[in-house]
Design a protein around this ligand. Structure first.
Ligand SMILES: [Zn+2]
Ligand SMILES: [Zn+2]
Length: 72
């Protein structure tokens, strides 16, 4: 079910900024409704968003820089 690019998220439409994709499992998340975790250091660089389930698997640490994830 890959759409090719993680960076293509905004192609889905108007609210690309509210709807983000989990970096690990690709699940769509609504930042106003779902629990979304971000890495405060990588959010601009990688668009590093994670769903609650994946954040737990990562022990709430960023896989890139090991910074603790923050709730969006
Ligand atoms: Zn996920
Ligand atoms: Zn990070």
């Amino acid at each position: 079910m890959s759409l090719g690019s993680v960076y293509g998220a905004n192609a889905m439409g108007h609210y690309g900024w509210v709807t983000v994709r989990c970096r690990i499992c690709g699940k769509w998340l609504n930042t106003t409704k779902d629990e979304v975790y971000i890495c405060p250091k990588d959010k601009d660089r990688y668009r590093a968003y994670y769903c609650a389930a994946c954040a737990k698997v990562l022990h709430y640490k960023c896989p890139y820089c090991e910074t603790e994830l923050e709730l969006f």
